[in-house]
Design a protein around this ligand. Structure first.
Ligand SMILES: *Cc1c(COP(=O)(O)O)cnc(C)c1O
Length: 482
């Protein structure tokens, strides 16, 4: 049985890992752009050509194939010209920890499957709770911000139903903003709330929740005979990277006795920032907080957590199974507080990263990305061909190509075209979104090693592609990008 990892296959394991590590390292040394630029038709043909029913070819051959098929055409988040979505380059110690996880393969659902791993995860949850300002906090690692938000709203729903006499599921309302993550809407549907359960609170010119508008919205909920189950504030909106005024939102929530959830999936890096921790002031007054370590702490996907102010709140939705986690057992079974059963020990990666780098160093790296974004904002603002469309508290840049005289409609249309031309070339990856209905290009700068010159290069590619498209020369646009 040399196929399965055991004492007998330890040598084969070493060979497989060494070979793999060497090949991946070679990719990192030689890759010069974020994507190969291969067409989807070409990639589809490569994938379709693989025979999944045939005989095995051995580990070495299969792994070489992965290098050519997958690694060669993967998207490389560490490349300085990758600036599209909320993906960070990963910390080396975390990648090594991922290999440890895969080999030992614990499941942190019950103590008897993970022992010290359970204790390490709980320690890290307590560490995160401490950084937030929840001395009696609890929590659990999850697969991502989407699941963390879902679980937060599940707990808030149970809390509302348990504490409001006569409250009905269909009466419950969640207050968020148009800048909130779409997982809030999705969660409301999954939780069986009414189709109109999510109400959008008006925002200021930067897309941040307006506390006085929240107070009015809460009065309207009451007037309509509904019940406010939770307010979702965002610490780092996905597009603008803006942080809602948490302390003032908390004032309103406290006065109305409403559950405050803070979605800090993006902004959680501020927890270790040396210079900007104050942006999160008031987060300690939330009842629950979402953090995504795979967005802000240089962790490989997946690594996220839901943290609550009162550890006991998570027990509102505990289930007990005789075979797994019987009631009244004194073992620390994390399945009691998780939506998942079998679950990865993702916490190990953050643990190793904290031990290797130290929290202050991670904070410096986070700050470097925000400093870079501020410099890029100035650059874009000073460029006559570009328009800066929004300010950010974090590290996004919303802009578009629009020299004087270029009509809005044409600038609108260019946004998607430019993104596509750059993507097809593989040389620079940028995102597109819309801001108050206006199409915008978006850079998300999560790489502390990226320099201002690197971003200037991306902006140059944007301008060259856009001006060629304006000239009506699609071929030139594509050629420029190549
Ligand atoms: C990315 C994001 C999420 C979703 O997190 P995933 O880890 O992708 O599931 C939730 N909220 C905000 C504000 C985000 O930016």
């Amino acid at each position: 049985m040399h196929e399965l990892l055991s004492a007998a296959s330890a040598d084969a394991y070493v060979d497989a890992m060494r070979g793999t590590v060497d090949r991946v390292a070679t990719r990192f040394r030689t890759t010069t752009q974020p994507f190969s630029g291969a067409s989807r038709e070409h990639l589809q043909a490569l994938v379709d050509a693989v025979d999944l029913d045939g005989p095995g070819h051995g580990t070495a051959t299969a792994l070489r194939e992965v290098d050519e098929l997958f690694a060669q055409h993967a998207v490389w988040f560490h490349d300085p010209a990758y600036a599209a979505h909320l993906n960070c380059p990963v910390a080396v110690p975390a990648v090594a920890a991922e290999a440890v996880l895969a080999a030992i393969n614990p499941s942190v659902d019950t103590y008897d499957q993970s022992t010290v791993g359970t204790l390490m995860e709980r320690r890290l949850v307590a560490w995160t709770a401490g950084r937030i300002g929840f001395p009696a906090g609890g929590g659990v690692f999850t697969s991502g911000g989407t699941q963390s938000n879902l679980q937060a709203l599940l707990v808030a729903r149970e809390h509302a139903l348990a504490t409001t006499p006569g409250a009905d599921l269909r009466d419950l309302v969640v207050l968020a903003t148009a800048s909130s993550h779409f997982s809030v809407q999705k969660s409301a549907r999954l939780l069986g709330l009414a189709p109109d359960a999510v109400r959008l609170v008006p925002v200021d010119e930067r897309g941040r929740m307006r506390p006085e508008a929240l107070a009015i919205a809460l009065r309207h909920v009451e007037r309509d005979g509904r019940h406010a189950m939770a307010v979702v504030a965002t610490a780092g909106t996905t597009d603008r990277g803006c942080v809602d005024p948490l302390a003032r939102v908390a004032d309103v929530c406290d006065a109305a006795d409403v559950w405050l959830h803070v979605d800090a999936a993006y902004g959680c890096g501020l927890l270790v920032s040396r210079t900007r921790r104050h942006l999160l002031d008031g987060i300690e007054r939330a009842r629950s907080v979402t953090v995504d370590f795979h967005k802000a702490f240089f962790q490989p996907v997946s690594s996220s957590a839901l943290v609550v102010r009162h550890a006991a709140d998570l027990r509102l939705v505990a289930h007990h199974a005789d075979y797994l986690n019987p009631e009244h057992e004194d073992e620390p079974n994390q399945v009691d507080v998780s939506l998942q059963t079998t679950r990865r020990f993702d916490a190990l990666k953050l643990w190793v990263t904290l031990r290797a780098l130290g929290a202050d160093r991670i904070g410096e790296l986070v700050d470097a990305t925000i400093d870079l974004a501020a410099a890029v904002h100035r650059e874009v603002q000073d460029d006559p061909d570009l328009r800066l469309l929004a300010r950010s508290d974090l590290s996004t840049v919303l802009f578009r190509y629009q020299p004087d005289g270029l009509p809005d409609a044409q600038a609108d249309a260019l946004v998607g075209q430019v993104r596509r031309v750059l993507f097809d070339s593989g040389r620079a990856l940028v995102a597109r979104t819309s801001l108050d209905g206006r199409p915008a290009l978006k850079l998300t700068l999560l790489n502390p090693a990226t320099t201002l010159d690197d971003v200037r290069h991306v902006l140059d590619l944007v301008k060259q592609a856009a001006s060629a498209l304006v000239e009506g020369d699609d071929l030139l646009a594509t050629a420029v990008a190549r």
